[in-house]
Write a protein that binds this ligand. Structure first.
Ligand code: FES
Length: 176
């Protein structure tokens, strides 16, 4: 019994070391349940998504059920439970963009990044791609956002050139 308790305590300490940044965020918000959304927002900024083990950890240290944390994370569309890339590509698929060819653009991005089936993030976590609803720039359709920068009247060809430039930039970043 004592050995098991010791093991559990060690496990918590190990997690605390691993999730030091999460601890800082939760502490900043004083472990207040009413601050859960703000906590999840900051954690997501740090990790670019909400990994399951982190949500469970947050639930443990805030003394709330993992289901509550998971419930909040899945209720709000701003939260992602899947890993996001360094470059987050959002292809608008609202009506205007759809009519003007957003899907060929989206497919060209997936092809360029080698993302097949339900894979939306590259293995190296450099790129992720998703479709979003109307972003309110219909006159510029089809619209693609990359880390919130807006690209207008995008074609399949143009988007592959943009990705090439980003890949080049990433490569240079790694060299430096
Ligand atoms: S439909 Fe794409 S910006 Fe409106």
């Amino acid at each position: 019994m004592v050995a098991e308790a010791k093991k559990n305590i060690e496990k918590v300490f190990e997690q605390q070391r691993k999730f030091r940044k999460v601890n800082e965020i939760v502490e900043k918000y004083k472990y207040e349940k009413s601050n859960l959304i703000a906590i999840l927002q900051e954690v997501q900024e740090e990790y670019r998504y909400l990994p399951e083990e982190i949500m469970t950890y947050i639930a443990t240290i805030m003394e709330i059920s993992p289901a509550s944390v998971y419930g909040v994370a899945t209720f709000y569309s701003q939260f992602s439970l899947d890993p996001k890339g360094k470059y987050e590509i959002k292809v608008c698929d609202g009506t205007a963009c759809h009519v003007r060819g957003s899907m060929p653009v989206y497919n060209a991005i997936k092809k360029k990044l080698g993302l097949t089936g339900s894979k939306f993030t590259t293995e190296d976590l450099q790129f992720s791609v998703e479709t979003v609803r109307c972003v309110g720039a219909c006159a510029l359709a089809p619209v693609v956002l990359i880390n919130e920068k807006v690209y207008s009247k995008v074609t399949a060809e143009a988007v592959t050139i943009i990705i090439d430039q980003l890949l080049e930039r990433s490569g240079e970043g790694e060299k430096n």
